[in-house]
Design a protein around this ligand. Structure first.
Ligand SMILES: NC(=O)c1ccc[n+]([C@@H]2O[C@H](COP(=O)([O-])OP(=O)(O)OC[C@H]3O[C@@H](n4cnc5c(N)ncnc54)[C@H](O)[C@@H]3O)[C@@H](O)[C@H]2O)c1
Length: 249
């Protein structure tokens, strides 16, 4: 408790799954949390949960695919809490499934807009503010598919590989100004994102994780918290898997 006391953080896609777990953990650790999502009811319910347990949070709607909305998200965080110390660019979608050559241009653009461009906008506007308030920590939610293919979802793989590239660039370019930027690579995590999978597909995914199960959002939140702490000050430009052994095979 209290490892993020006095810190101000935003989390995108914080109304569900991994983002929700991150927002709740940040708040439990004493951060003032800007909970952001496109689903108002889900985002507000996370804020209500934080307030009910004695934490401090506000909800700000922002579609991360729209740069002006991400810029406004950072502005509202600063307007309300005066600074920005931590940014977690988590919002993402699974996207449409199709063989790579049959993927529609529209579906390709949609997933690149949310899963890649949105992370760039989050880094861009968070960095601009962190430069004004003496530094900060940014954690981008990549995937094991930041380093591996995902048959049937070329856009997802391309976007998540891109997240790793921009993470390294931001980390390198702003390290001297006390801004750390890292990415995480979760294996398959039991969240609503996987709701559309049938039982056979779900079980086939489980077999790819040597640990014999999928991960849970709270496990991922623990890694994100670790990378957000001042005490991890020498970790920058890195990529950390949390995948039950998936990519070690
Ligand atoms: N679940 C997994 O297996 C898994 C594995 C690796 C990485 N990830 C990544 O973790 C992140 C979170 O996934 P999750 O499993 O918690 O999914 P989820 O569907 O449970 O939650 C995603 C949240 O993001 C919000 N969102 C969607 N599009 C948005 C947009 N354009 N702007 C703002 N918010 C938006 C949704 O409303 C939702 O609340 C994603 O980036 C995903 O790619 C998930």
């Amino acid at each position: 408790m209290g490892s993020l006391k006095d810190k101000v953080a935003f989390v995108t896609g914080a109304g569900s799954g991994i983002g929700k777990a991150i927002a709740l953990l940040y708040a439990k650790e004493g951060a003032k949390v800007v909970v952001s999502d496109i689903n108002d009811a889900h985002g507000q319910s996370v804020v209500d949960e934080i307030l009910a347990s004695g934490g401090d949070a506000i909800y700000v709607k922002a579609n991360t695919a729209v740069p002006e909305e991400v810029e406004a998200l950072v502005a509202k965080a600063v307007e309300h809490y005066g600074r920005l110390d931590i940014a977690c660019n988590n919002a993402g979608i699974g996207g449409a499934l199709a063989p790579a050559a049959e993927q529609s241009i529209e579906d390709w653009k949609t997933i690149i807009d949310i899963n890649l461009n949105g992370v760039f906008y989050g880094c861009k506007y968070a960095t601009a503010q962190m430069l004004k308030n003496g530094g900060g920590a940014i954690v981008n939610v990549g995937s094991i598919h930041s380093v591996t293919a995902v048959p049937g979802s070329v856009g997802y793989a391309a976007a998540k590989h891109g997240v790793l590239g921009l993470t390294r660039n931001f980390g390198v370019e702003y390290a001297a100004q006390n801004i750390r930027v890292n990415a995480i690579g979760p294996g398959y995590i039991d969240t609503p994102l996987l709701n559309s999978l049938d039982r056979d597909t779900y079980n086939a995914l489980v077999t790819k994780h040597p640990v014999g199960r999928l991960g849970n959002a709270e496990e991922v939140a623990n890694l994100v918290l670790f990378l957000s702490l001042d005490s991890t000050s020498f970790i920058n430009g890195g990529y950390y898997t949390i995948d039950g052994g998936y990519t070690a095979v």
